[in-house]
Design a binder for this molecule. Sequence first.
Ligand code: UD1
Length: 364
Amino acid sequence: MSERAVALCYGTRPQIIKASRIRRALEGLAPVLAIDTGQHYDYELNELLYRQLEVADPDLCLEVGSGSHAEQTAAILARAAAIFEERRPRAVVVIGDTNSTLGAALAAAKLRIPVVHVEAGLRAADGGMAEEINRRAVDAVAALLCTPSALATARLQRERPDAVIVETGDVARDVLMRHAGSLPDVRGLLPAGGRYAFATLHRAELTDAPGLLARALEALAALPLPVVLALHPRTRAALAAHRLTLPAGPTFSAIPAVGYLESLALAAGAQAVITDSGGLQREAYWLGTPCITLRTETEWSETVAAGANRLVPPDAPERLGMALSAALAAPRGWGRDAYGDGSAAGRIAAAVAELAGTSVTVGT
Ligand code: UD1
């Protein structure tokens, strides 16, 4: 086995969660150079995750912090390129569609280091959305595309017939399956009576539009079911910047962002999940909790097709009530296998092994 490492780059909450399993699987194959870009740097979002998911500290932290999309992407690109030039990893693994994903992928591709894209082949109709630009660009330069679903695979077979495409399933399911049996007691976070909707809102479409954010919060507070909103630091900062206050109602409570395990426990025990998060849409689907997504579209369309997820446009939050009634009345017996079987990390590592020309047996 060569001493050259496989680099694994991550930098946001959902990426740290997924990297927890990918890193372990890759370590069975080659030395791993773990690089945290520092795109999310809140304690709530990072340190707690490292501890809860027993993720070893990264080998390097790029400490890019916040900034415009251009500043963040440029800083990650430049700092990652300097590291790749010096260390010459045999492959660079990136996850999802954040600025960290794009910066690291471009740095590697320009140095002719093979890029492995995990969560490849997802698409939204809104081609101008930051994440959509990132994911299309990374799918265009990657040598190995690891897809979460059959739909994503079929799409890439049309778009990138020259690339290696492997349908691995979604690593988020691996992480969930590993931890679902030992979730913490979250009763202290819940309203009396124990019936509630678990809500999270953090996407730029809402946090950059104070009017929409205020209406969404009011609509949550007006629902007939108590709502527990876990406040992402970005949402908290948007409230402060726009001088918005949280609704004061007997059925609405806001709590700081919670750890991954608490988030799963809250989603599992809820009557419904209301969110704009990609991760929570799938977690609700796997946990059997109906989901309402406050977006006009979702990259995880299989959850909608299965009857597990309903879309409510962010500019019509008054429709949340109707969507909630429909979600609560509908059967919950949907199939849960649209995104693999929970062994994605091992499949990704096996595909990386093949790409990097080693026949080492990989375990998860
Ligand atoms: C984000 C990107 C998405 C990309 C993905 C990369 C944004 C807006 N979206 O996904 O486009 O595909 O990264 O992998 O950046 N959770 C907590 N504590 C809480 C609330 C949620 O730990 O208080 C957990 C959830 O259980 C879930 C994860 O965080 O596991 C979801 O992370 P989130 O920050 O919502 O990002 P995504 O929208 O999933």
